[in-house]
Write a protein that binds this ligand. Structure first.
Ligand code: ZN
Length: 125
C-alpha cells in the first residue's frame, strides 16, 4: 500500500467500522478496502488484524468457508474496539473539517464557537 505509514490508521479505523457492524474476514476486508482505493496485500492486512486482536480491539473465531471447506478467521469488534472507534470518529470529523477545506490557517475560533467541550481534559468514560 502506498503511504502505508500515513494511511495505516485509516485502514485500522475502516476495519473497526465494519467489524463493529458485523463479522469480517481477511479476504472480504481486502476487497472492501480495494473498493475504497486502498490496495493492501494479505501480508500487510493479516498482521494488522492480529495486532488489533492482540490489542483487544477485535475478537475472532474460526469458521468454515462453505465452498472451500477450509477454516477462516472471523473478526468482530470488542467493546474496547467500539470505544476506540467512537473516539476515532470524533477525531475524524474534526480532521475532515480541517483538511478538506482550504481556509484561513489562523485558528481564531474559541472552543465554544467550534462546539468543543471546554472541559475536555476530563475523561468521560
Ligand atoms: Zn467500507
Amino acid at each position: 500500500m502506498d503511504f502505508h505509514d500515513l494511511l495505516g490508521g485509516f485502514v485500522r479505523i475502516h476495519i473497526l467500522h465494519h467489524a463493529a457492524e458485523g463479522e469480517v474476514y481477511g479476504q472480504w476486508m481486502i476487497e472492501e478496502l480495494a473498493r475504497h482505493g486502498y490496495r493492501i496485500s494479505p501480508g500487510t492486512l493479516y498482521p494488522m488484524l492480529q495486532a488489533m486482536e492482540a490489542r483487544g480491539y477485535l475478537t475472532s473465531h474460526e469458521d468454515s468457508d462453505g465452498r472451500l471447506g477450509r477454516r477462516r478467521k472471523i473478526y468482530t469488534a470488542t467493546d474496547e474496539g467500539r470505544r476506540g472507534l467512537a473516539v476515532a470518529r470524533e477525531r475524524l470529523r474534526e480532521l475532515t473539517g480541517e483538511v478538506s477545506h482550504k481556509h484561513e490557517t489562523t485558528p481564531s475560533k474559541t472552543p465554544s464557537e467550534t462546539g468543543g467541550d471546554v472541559h475536555d481534559t476530563q475523561d468521560e468514560d
